[in-house]
Design a protein around this ligand. Structure first.
Ligand SMILES: *Cc1c(COP(=O)(O)O)cnc(C)c1O
Length: 428
């Protein structure tokens, strides 16, 4: 459930009319709902009521300081994948002891920053990384808490670009080497193994692959303990999907996911860490855009929006479906479909891939109309680029009848001023 609903003929974010945001801030603009963020966090947390669980929001899904602060106030931790995200999480007030550091390519500088901050754990993804982390910790006279990210060789059955748990993916340590890697950790003086980590992919709409992977991990923990390793927690990653297209996808509820995990863990006596990203932020945000032009080709109608693939790249990158609805409530509700048309929603960028939706059945729109691209709160703003010299667009956070710009629109001058012309090119 989200807080973007029609009221008296127009789309609102909580108690704020989206037309008002468009008027004050301009379009395109990302709009997030505090109430939806909080609700998603709480529902997820409640799903693990009986378990010793720490929820670490995957910062890569949405790293705006105001979003992180909203979640920090709900008690969220953070899963970070870079030094930049670590800084963002700490600045937003997430306690270091609730931060885990994932990712296949941590640099020594990033490791040092994380050790200095005293984070909860490093999710280590390779044997080479272990050796470097040990050396860095030794140089600081510290012991680094580590979990090994294992690759369970399970097919997540999600889009190839967001599947991470198969042997052929770059993530995690191959299953057959895991036990040797924990032995190596025991030999290294400045590492301490505290857990096991797994993350098999994103936008999973079926519990089966999760269950298969988690069962393997539970067996692994038992074996590692027999071998003398003090495994205290399991990090089960993120990846639970959301309904982008409610008619196509019915992902399991957080409750069903939590119940499955409780069952798989049994009496293992392990605390768990969960790293949801999309589930918390995805449907808590929309991309508000205006239609610039309607264009008819031989057998198609194009609705050309002012938002483009550089602002929201998921459709171009993952062939992702996003619902698109007009801000003015369509009159043809219910069974009357006679008024509907088929249109391609596209952006202004000079790429055929700059298409948000193909042959989408929609109520007719006109130039100047406002539209909303739904489910854009995760992997939206964070993946934006300035391709075609389109400046980064603003983000707005709504809370009840208030709204506030939480990232201002980049000016084209700011963007251009990042370039530097060498002296030898400067004119006299
Ligand atoms: C991306 C990622 C997540 C979050 O995935 P969602 O599908 O957004 O829940 C969690 N953990 C790791 C290690 C990731 O790379």
């Amino acid at each position: 459930m989200d807080h973007f609903q029609y009221r008296d003929g127009n789309l609102f974010a909580e108690d704020v009319d989206l037309r008002e945001i468009a008027k004050e801030v301009g379009t395109p603009v990302y709009v997030y709902s505090s109430a939806t963020l909080k609700r998603h966090f709480r529902v997820f947390q409640e799903a693990f009521d009986g378990l010793d669980a720490l929820i670490c929001f995957a910062v890569k899904a949405n790293s705006n300081q105001a979003v992180l602060k909203t979640l920090a106030q709900e008690g969220s931790g953070a899963d970070v994948v870079s030094g930049g995200e670590l800084k963002r999480a700490l600045l937003a007030g997430i306690p270091a002891q609730k931060i885990v550091f994932s990712g296949v390519g941590k640099t020594p500088d990033e490791m040092r920053d994380a050790l200095k901050a005293n984070i909860k754990q490093f999710n280590v993804e390779s044997e080479a990384e272990l050796e470097v982390l040990n050396a860095v910790a030794e140089g600081m006279g510290m012991i680094a808490p580590v979990s090994v990210r294992v690759n369970p060789d399970v097919d997540a059955k999600t889009h190839a670009k967001i599947s991470t748990g198969k042997a052929e993916n770059k993530f995690g340590i191959p299953w057959v080497r895991v036990s040797r890697v924990y032995e190596r950790i025991a030999e290294l003086s400045h590492l301490k193994a505290v857990g096991v980590d797994v993350h098999i992919g994103s936008q999973l709409t079926d519990l089966g692959p999760f269950e298969a992977a988690f069962k393997k991990v539970v067996d692994l923990v038992k074996n590692l303990r027999v071998q003398g390793h003090d495994i205290q927690h399991i990090d089960l990653g993120g990846g639970l999907g959301i309904p982008y297209d409610p008619e196509e996808e019915t992902p399991p509820s957080p409750g069903a996911y939590g119940a499955m995990i409780g069952k798989v863990l049994g009496d293992l006596d392990c605390s768990i860490i969960l790293e949801p990203g999309r589930l918390i932020a995805g449907n808590a945000g929309i991309l508000l855009t205006s239609m610039l032009y309607e264009k008819e080709s031989e057998n198609k109608v194009f609705y050309i929006l002012d938002a483009a693939m550089n602002d929201l790249s998921r459709p171009a990158m993952y062939d992702a479906y996003h619902d698109i609805i007009p801000v003015k409530e369509p009159s043809n509700v219910g069974s009357d479909q006679s008024n509907l048309v088929s249109a391609d929603f596209v952006g202004p960028v000079c790429e055929t891939g700059d298409t948000f939706a193909k042959s989408r059945t929609t109520s007719p729109m006109m130039a100047g109309d406002l539209a909303v691209i739904k489910s854009a709160g995760a992997y939206g703003a964070v993946m934006a680029s300035t391709y075609n010299s389109r400046a980064l667009i603003p983000e707005v956070l709504v809370s009840e009848d208030k709204f506030s710009v939480i990232r201002k629109r980049q000016s084209i001058e700011d963007l251009i001023n990042l370039d530097q012309v060498p002296d030898w090119l400067a004119e006299e």
